[in-house]
Design a protein around this ligand. Structure first.
Ligand code: PLP
Length: 448
């Protein structure tokens, strides 16, 4: 645990704040990734800029060291500066970053993915998660010759998805009228949202709630019956829940699947996999090309990362460590008769949920974040465990949770939660609306 410790005071963040003051003049919302930005961290207490990482630890712009549970919001499946991956990147860097013709790594990585991901009869790459979810939606529209999309999670910044949220300014109404939602684990809501113009159902196979009553298999059946493509967004579950992702873990094979985050341990790469007859449309009908899709540093990183994940069965390691943390937290909370919070999710990725009945769960989250930071833990409510996290770090974290839960419990008892937050509390991550396909007129559905 070298370096990470209880601080007598909250971390000094003056260098972070100087960068932030400069950013505010130039960069709208100051951040490129909402989850990394000031709205997700108690403003005034939490560091805003990180300079360095090693293993599961990071150092901020003021030199403070933290144990990190965000891990770059998912990508660092192995850890910061993981030697085998960095070596692969450095070796490739000496040969070149990106080229004028294709690179053999495109083939090598495709062959590896073909072996481990059940539906990967055919594979394409891009850079960001939204690139491949959007490519999947376009393929589904072309293949089925229908237009509507049904979704129920977060799938990136592109028009077809952001249409279903309240942050839909700039998206033509004609586009908005093609995207609708359904409720996870509610097969009736999915069935009701389907109509004769539905091209695809896209969902994260699991976020923090396990599928119930065979939900994924039922959804797959429903799609087959209605000539609808099923797309799994495996941005989080891929290479984490199981080597072959959720499709392997739950044994439900979607028509198309989308990966990014953990596949290249921090290098920007996304992957679209799918059944050949659908993916073949990319040969000559559906357009999906970009400049950097075959960029070699990221592919070299992916090759090394996938090798390492398979060689060490990383998902199994993440499960074991994650279970210790999840069960440990719930045991501590139980022993303290705490009902306002619970640790939920699959073991390799869990979150601390705060009871909605508490009048302001975001205040509780803010106070917890502040007190975790004081004890050297960079925390946004999630545990994105990596292969670099260790048992002793989990033990340390559980000791910290014990102290922090007690502070929260007393703060609630004394009605002092808000007063104890020494900065601006965290904001909701993303506002969603329920835009079901089974009411009309459309504008009325949106409640606007
Ligand atoms: C489930 C899911 N899908 C899609 C995306 C979009 O990926 P990107 O931000 O790389 O475009 C994200 C990003 O966090 C995600 O969590």
């Amino acid at each position: 645990m070298n370096g990470v410790k209880f601080n007598l005071n909250y971390p000094v963040i003056s260098e972070s704040d100087k960068f932030y003051a400069r950013a505010k003049n130039l960069i709208p919302s100051a951040t490129q990734t909402m989850a990394k930005g000031p709205s997700q961290h108690v403003n005034g207490v939490s560091p805003k800029y990180l300079l360095k990482g090693k293993g599961s630890h990071v150092w901020d712009a003021d030199g403070n060291e933290y144990l990190d549970y965000n891990m770059a919001i998912g990508p660092l499946s192995l850890g910061y500066c993981y030697p085998v991956v960095d070596e692969a990147i450095k070796n490739q860097l000496e040969q070149g970053i990106t080229f004028s013709l294709m690179h053999p790594l495109e083939v090598e990585v495709a062959e590896m993915i073909n072996k481990i991901i059940p539906n990967a009869e055919s594979i394409r790459y891009s850079k960001g998660g939204a690139d491949v979810t959007s490519a999947a939606v376009r393929l589904a529209r072309a293949f089925t010759k229908k237009n509507k999309v049904l979704c129920c999670g977060y799938h990136g910044w592109h028009d077809w998805y952001v249409s279903v949220t309240k942050r839909n300014a700039g998206i033509p109404e004609e586009i908005q009228n093609l995207s609708y939602t359904f409720n996870y684990n509610d097969i009736n809501s999915l069935e009701k949202s389907i109509d004769s113009n539905t091209a695809c159902v896209i969902l994260e196979p699991m976020v923090f709630e396990y599928p119930k009553n065979n939900f994924l298999a039922e959804a797959s059946e429903l799609c087959k019956k209605n000539n609808i493509l099923l797309i799994f967004d495996e941005m989080w579950t891929g290479f984490r829940l199981e080597i072959g992702g959720a499709q392997e873990y739950f044994n439900v094979v979607p028509d198309l699947a989308c990966y990014s985050k953990a596949v290249a341990n921090g290098m920007p790469l996304s992957v679209l996999t799918g059944k050949r007859e659908i993916m073949d449309l990319l040969d000559d009908q559906v357009f999906f090309y970009n400049t950097f899709g075959g960029e070699a540093l990221s592919l070299a990183a992916a090759k090394a990362t996938i090798n390492e994940i398979c060689k060490n069965n990383v998902p199994s390691y993440l499960r074991n460590l994650g279970a210790k943390l999840k069960n440990g937290y719930n045991k501590i909370a139980g022993a303290m008769n705490i009902e306002f919070s619970k640790c939920i999710g699959y073991d390799a990725r869990t979150m601390i949920a705060f009871n909605e009945e508490y009048k302001n769960p975001l205040e509780l989250k803010s106070l917890m974040q502040q007190e975790m930071l004081k004890r050297g833990i960079l925390w946004s409510g999630f545990h994105n465990i990596s292969y670099s996290h260790t048992e002793s770090e989990i033990d340390y974290t559980l000791n910290v949770y014990e102290e922090v839960l007690f502070i929260l419990k007393m703060a609630i008892r004394d009605n002092k939660v808000k007063d104890m937050i020494k900065g601006i509390p965290v904001q909701p991550l993303f506002r969603k609306t329920n835009v079901f396909n089974n009411e009309s007129p459309r504008r009325k559905q949106r409640g606007i």
